[in-house]
Design a protein around this ligand. Structure first.
Ligand code: GDP
Ligand code: GDP
Length: 489
């Protein structure tokens, strides 16, 4: 959730103008294009590298009563508190502080978020504004007096935003990082043979001392690519590769904590299956464990030499070519195992070394992809397109609705989705979104973890506060922001 700035404030204070000013854009699709209402509008601000959000469309329908406007504003603030690092609390410098402004201020103060108070429509600067002292009462110090319309005070505000965000974090150099791999699969598929193939390869330089290394839980080695480049790897769970420690069943395999731990330590998991035997129930159970760990998977179909031999000797009746067999195998594999979309499948042989280099290459490519950072505006545009193409069905009488999404992490890829109701997202729609995003952003084989944040129910304290305000209103104070009859529902 790094580097996100949200604009909040009651309607008409100029949020949308401010958004466009900071984004250096002319129009905002929410306000200026009739018929298009998007809950949250996002854009990337290049200068400073942050995502800017205009929350002004959230919770509004177009035909809104004052009470609905109040509710929507509060929803917008709650959203900004969850989603943003810095909040631009915008008020109207000429109208002064209203009851709704006070309410928003109270929520923001409680959140302890970084807030910049922005007094907009100060077209000729601060001097022309009569009662400046009331702005201080909101509790965010001296406001930034700006004119979103004319650009007054813009430079100072930009500097303040960047100061609050801090410096842009540096990218890590992936090539220097060791890629942690682990072979996982049921007994006898060839995990030990594959590990040994890597460790005994003449292209391999083992970093540790010989003799002791085979017992190590982790083993660092460099693999020399054909182009002479050195690829640093870390093979995890090498203790399990010795015949003496071999275990009888996959259940036993996974009852060993270390195997699961090994998966968690790896960057990429090689799921090994047998080319001759096809996919078994045990394979399915093991795949499930890896998926749970949200690790990217390279599917390794081992013992391809045996298949090759059968075709050489013309002993296969059902298929005429190796390729046909391979395609059929792949098809049934994806039918039986729900892997992350785009997971690479490699047909290899530990015995002959066939495609071993490609297998490592695939892991490296996958690892690189894992660090992809999707700009928030692009992510939201993609999600809107996906939802337009195939809208979610209603579950529990409610249609799942996404307000806004942002990437919150890599390894695993995490996307936070702000929505109306968490439980309305079905597993099949989750998979549809995952597959769509994987395709859109070239994330082949990278699992996506969605964190869902539904709309918060109003707390008891909030309701009481609303009631208190209602009484004040009934007594004739600042009546125009509220429709008291509609506050609690
Ligand atoms: P929002 O509802 O908070 O997004 O407000 P808008 O950005 O739609 O602006 C509401 C109205 O205020 C529009 O008519 C704008 O032209 C006007 N407005 C916005 N910023 C300024 C400003 O800096 N100065 C003046 N004079 N008017 C402004
Ligand atoms: P693990 O239990 O998954 O570690 O499997 P192993 O590496 O011990 O292999 C099980 C059996 O399969 C052994 O007899 C290996 O020699 C054999 N094997 C492993 N990989 C291959 C391969 O690529 N081709 C052939 N033909 N046999 C293999």
């Amino acid at each position: 959730m790094s580097r996100t700035v949200a604009i909040v404030g009651r309607p008409n204070v100029g949020k949308s103008r401010l958004f466009n000013r900071l984004a250096k854009k002319r129009i905002s699709i929410v306000h200026d294009m009739p018929g298009v209402t998007r809950d949250v509008v996002t854009t990337e601000v290049k200068e400073g590298g942050y995502t800017l959000l205009d929350t002004g469309g959230l919770g509004l329908t177009g035909t809104d009563t004052p009470a609905r406007i109040t509710k929507a504003s509060e929803e917008q603030v709650a959203f900004a508190i969850e989603a943003a690092t810095v909040i631009l609390f915008t008020i109207d410098a000429r109208e002064g502080v209203t009851a709704l402004d006070e309410r928003i201020a109270q929520k923001l103060r409680k959140s302890k978020k970084q807030v910049l108070l922005v007094a907009n429509k100060a077209d000729s600067g601060k001097e022309k504004i009569t009662d400046i002292s009331e702005f201080h009462r909101l509790g965010f110090g001296e406001p930034f007096y700006i004119s979103a319309e004319h650009g007054v005070g813009e430079a100072e505000l930009r500097i303040a935003i960047l100061a609050k965000l801090g410096p842009v974090p540096e990218e890590t150099d992936l090539d220097k990082e060791r890629l942690g791999i682990v072979f996982v699969g049921r007994p006898n598929v060839g995990k030990s043979s594959l590990s040994n193939r890597l460790l005994n390869s003449d292209r391999l330089i083992v970093s540790d001392l010989p003799g002791t290394t085979r017992d190590a839980v982790e083993l660092d080695f460099e693999y020399k690519s054909r182009e002479g480049k050195s690829w640093p790897f870390r093979l995890i769970d090498t203790a399990g590769i010795r015949p003496a420690t071999k275990l009888a069943s996959s259940v036993e395999y996974f009852s060993r904590l270390r195997s699961l731990e090994a998966i968690h330590h790896a960057h990429v998991v090689f799921m090994v299956v047998d080319a001759m035997e096809g996919i078994t129930q045990q394979d399915q159970a093991i795949a499930g464990e890896i998926i749970k760990a949200a690790k990217p998977i390279v599917i390794v179909v081992n013992k391809w030499d045996l298949v090759h031999e059968l075709f050489q000797k013309r002993l296969v009746e059902k298929f005429t070519t190796e390729r046909e067999y391979r395609e059929d195998y792949e098809k049934s594999l994806f039918q039986k195992l729900f892997f992350t979309p785009g997971a690479p499948v490699m047909f290899v042989s530990a015995l002959t070394g066939h495609e071993i280099t490609r297998m490592l290459k695939a892991a490296r490519a996958l690892n690189k992809r894992l660090d992809t950072k999707i700009p928030t505006a692009k992510l939201n545009a993609a999600i809107i397109r996906l939802a337009d193409r195939t809208p979610p069905h209603s579950t529990f009488g409610v249609r799942f609705r996404i307000y806004y999404a942002t990437q919150t992490g890599t390894r695993p890829f995490r996307i936070k989705i702000f929505c109306n109701q968490e439980r309305s997202l079905t597993e099949s729609y989750r998979r549809y979104l995952e597959a769509g995003l994987v395709k859109e952003f070239d994330l082949d084989g990278c699992p996506i973890h969605f964190d869902l944040i539904g709309k918060k129910k109003q707390s008891v304290a909030d309701r009481l506060a609303a009631k208190g305000q209602r009484q004040n209103l009934a007594a004739g104070e600042e009546g125009e922001d509220f429709d008291p009859a509609l506050i609690d529902d």
